[in-house]
Ligand binder design. Structure first.
Ligand code: HEM
Length: 173
């Protein structure tokens, strides 16, 4: 998993709680501590799952609470501040979903190809509804759901319905 996800997750935890909380989670993980956490690095997925597990225990929350915390921070603060070039022309949920697969392809290119999450987006003929399909070996279906919901909330222009774990219906306002 791309280092930028770890960096954004760390910032989200520090913003919501404080750096002591982050260090106590990080220290308990087997994440390599001899080098700084770099957004450009690729880290083994096991560290991501470990950090989630430790965070859930330490903070006594559900995984979905962590995904919400991450999604809101990532989409509303981290990306506009650090990856502005990626979202410069994105003004609506529709723009975001149309570009989602490309964004992930470009940003994950240095990762192993089979691990890049893929997103298939198809609009209905009247463009009022769309189907978004997520394909990834990581099977982070709840994260997929919450990220999509957070996009609708950010732009206030859609709602979602779960068709299957990997398939969401987007209904535009
Ligand atoms: C401009 C906004 C976004 C950026 C810059 C971004 C970037 C990234 C990056 C770099 C990764 C790590 C991929 C890897 O290391 O293989 C990732 C993972 C992920 N992203 Fe996004 N993302 C954005 C928006 C979204 C949205 C709106 C969704 C909701 C559909 C989403 C769903 C996911 C999921 C589910 C993963 C987990 C990785 C996996 O399942 O394989 N992302 N994203």
């Amino acid at each position: 998993m791309k280092g930028l996800i770890f960096v954004a997750y760390r910032e989200a935890i520090i913003k919501k709680f404080d750096s002591k909380v982050w260090f106590s989670i990080f220290e308990k993980s087997s994440f390599p501590k001899e080098f700084p956490l770099l957004k450009t690095e690729i880290y083994d997925d096991k560290y991501f799952f470990e950090l989630l597990e430790i965070s859930a225990k330490e903070l006594n929350v559900e995984y979905n609470d962590l995904y919400e915390l991450f999604a809101e921070y990532f989409l509303n603060e981290y990306v506009p501040k650090n990856l502005f070039y990626v979202v410069e022309n994105i003004r609506s949920s529709r723009d975001m979903f149309r570009n989602l697969d490309l964004i992930h392809e470009i940003l994950s290119l240095s990762a192993s190809l089979e691990l890049i999450p893929r997103f298939e987006y198809t609009e209905a003929d009247d463009a009022k509804e769309a189907i978004l399909i997520y394909k990834s070996q990581r099977k982070l279906y709840d994260l997929f759901y919450i990220m999509t919901k957070t996009v609708c909330e950010k732009y206030g222009d859609c709602r979602i319905e779960r068709v299957a774990s990997e398939k969401l219906k987007i209904v535009y306002k």
